[in-house]
Ligand binder design. Structure first.
Ligand code: PGA
Length: 239
């Protein structure tokens, strides 16, 4: 695991963003696994900033997002579909047919998860971007008694609901989501994880120095051969 401790979120965004821009320029049809939440936003700002300067094109980039809320319309401002368009896609030349999400409104959840797993296996993610939950979750793989393999419907924990409910002003936050499994995340050729703030310090310590256990799903990353971690000093304070 390669670990970089940076001064602030902006520096993380520049460093992680540059890694992605360089990778896209090297392989224009790269397959990216993408994440939502506050942590990746500076990375996305750097990427679309470079697009706007003419330094990179996302025309042939293919993306698969980690997760999506269940029973939230795609058009809702809090859907991860909306998030990705607002925070990245709409500012670039990425093609809509190249962006992929789990469908949180699918009538047959099992079939939907199977569809996504098969698509991921065919596509083979080159770089997976991850944030981390305060409880050590990656995607929406919450602390559990076993590591998950493929995509599935998850009941969100109170920790995740407390962390994310601030985004839901008018409507209550969904308590269920569809998420890529830990096994699928681990199949990415490279993983980049970004974390900021002292609320992540426990999770970062458990991920890096703790036992590999589904109680801290991110700890499985100790078994991946190519992980780059960018975090700020607050997130690193227990290392
Ligand atoms: P955050 O979420 O970046 O909004 O803190 C990260 C996560 O829950 O994976």
């Amino acid at each position: 695991m390669e670990i970089f401790i940076m001064d602030n979120a902006e520096e993380i965004g520049k460093a992680a963003g540059k890694l992605f821009v360089d990778a896209i320029n090297k392989k224009p049809n790269i397959v990216l696994g993408l994440a939502t939440g506050a942590s990746p936003v500076p990375t996305y700002q750097y990427i679309y900033g470079e697009y706007q300067k003419g330094n990179v094109s996302l025309r042939d980039v293919v993306t698969y997002n980690l997760d999506e809320y269940v029973d939230l319309p795609k058009s809702d401002k809090n859907s991860y579909y909306s998030f990705m368009h607002t925070e990245l896609f709409d500012h670039t030349d990425i093609r809509e047919e190249n962006v992929h999400f789990l469908d949180g409104n699918a009538a047959d959840v099992e079939a939907e998860c199977k569809r996504y797993d098969e698509a991921l296996d065919r596509a083979q993610v080159d770089i997976q971007l991850l944030g981390i939950g305060r409880n050590g979750h990656i995607g929406f793989n919450e602390p559990s008694i076993c590591f998950t393999k493929g995509a599935f419907k998850v009941k969100l924990t109170q920790s995740t609901i407390s962390a994310n409910s601030m985004y839901f002003n008018e409507n209550p936050m969904p308590h269920y989501a569809l998420t890529m499994g830990v096994g699928s995340i681990m199949k990415a050729k490279k993983i980049v994880l970004v974390a900021t703030g002292s609320a992540k310090a426990d999770a970062m310590a458990a991920m890096i120095h703790g036992e590999v256990t589904p109680v801290c799903p991110a700890s499985i990353l100790q078994f991946h051969h190519d992980v780059v971690v960018f975090m700020d000093k607050d997130a690193a304070k227990l290392l």
